[in-house]
Design a binder for this molecule. Sequence first.
Ligand SMILES: O=C(O)[C@H](O)[C@@H](O)[C@H](O)[C@H](O)COP(=O)(O)O
Length: 259
Amino acid sequence: MPLHAATPTQIYTFPDVAALSQGLDTYVAKLSKEAIERHGKFTVAISGGSLPKQLSAVLKHNTSVDFSKWIVYFADERCVPLDHEDSNYLLSKKELFDHVNIPEENIHTIDPDLVNDPEEAAEDYISQLAKTFATKDSVRFPVFDLILLGVGPDGHTCSLFPGHPLLEDHTNWCAHITDSPKPPSSRITLTFPVLNHAHHVAFVAAGAGKQDMLHLLLDGPGHLPAQMVKPVTGTLSWFVDDAAAAKITSATHKGLERL
Ligand SMILES: O=C(O)[C@H](O)[C@@H](O)[C@H](O)[C@H](O)COP(=O)(O)O
C-alpha cells in the first residue's frame, strides 16, 4: 500500500503500541530515505507528550536510517531549561537522540538562556528555522519533510489550544504562549501555516483515553486545533492503536488500513 494517501486523511491502525511503533519506524524510515535522496537532508519536527517514546522504540534501532542527515526541530517546546523534566528536548534526547547519530548542531532546541522570555525564545526559534529554511524574507513558510504531532484530550495539538488567539496566527513561523491550559504555562510552538505547509504531517495517538477525542475529530466537522491541520499539498496521516480507534464510526473508519 502506498504511503502517499489517495484520500486526504490516511488512518493507519495497529493492534497495540508495540505494533504502532513498528509502523512509525517503517513510515519515518521511508520518508527519511526519500527526503535524503531528494535534497540531502531530512527535516523533521517532533512533539512532546507520549510521542517521542512511541516514535523511537523501534526507530532508534534502525541502522538503515541515515540519522546524520536529520535536521530536528520541536513542534512545540516548554519554556524550561533543557535538563528540566518537562523539556520536550530532554524527552526526545532520552528516547532517540542518545541512541542515534544526529549531529548535535542539527538538533534545534529552544535557547536555554531565553526560557524566562517566551516571546524572545519564539523569535530566536524563528531565526533558527530560517537557518534551515532559507531566510525569513525569501521563503513564505518552512516546508518540513515531516511534522509529528500528538493530540490532547481537548483537541489541542502542538501548543495550539482550543479558543486561543494563537489559532488565528497566520503569519509567524513560531509563536509563544504564556497561558497554556496544559502545564507548564509558558511554551513556544510552530503555527498552523507551518504545520500546513509540510510535505507530510502525522498524528500519533494511542490508548483508550484518546477514544472520545478521536471520534470527535475524525467523525465529524469541527474547528478544534487538531482539525485545523490540513496540509495545503502535503499528506495527513494518523497512526493509532486499536484502543484509540475504537469509537471512530464514520466513513473514515471504513478506510482504516494496516500499514
Ligand atoms: O509538549 C506538549 O505538551 C505537546 O507537544 C502536546 O501537544 C502533546 O503532543 C499532546 O498534549 C499529547 O500529549 P500525550 O501524547 O502525552 O497525550
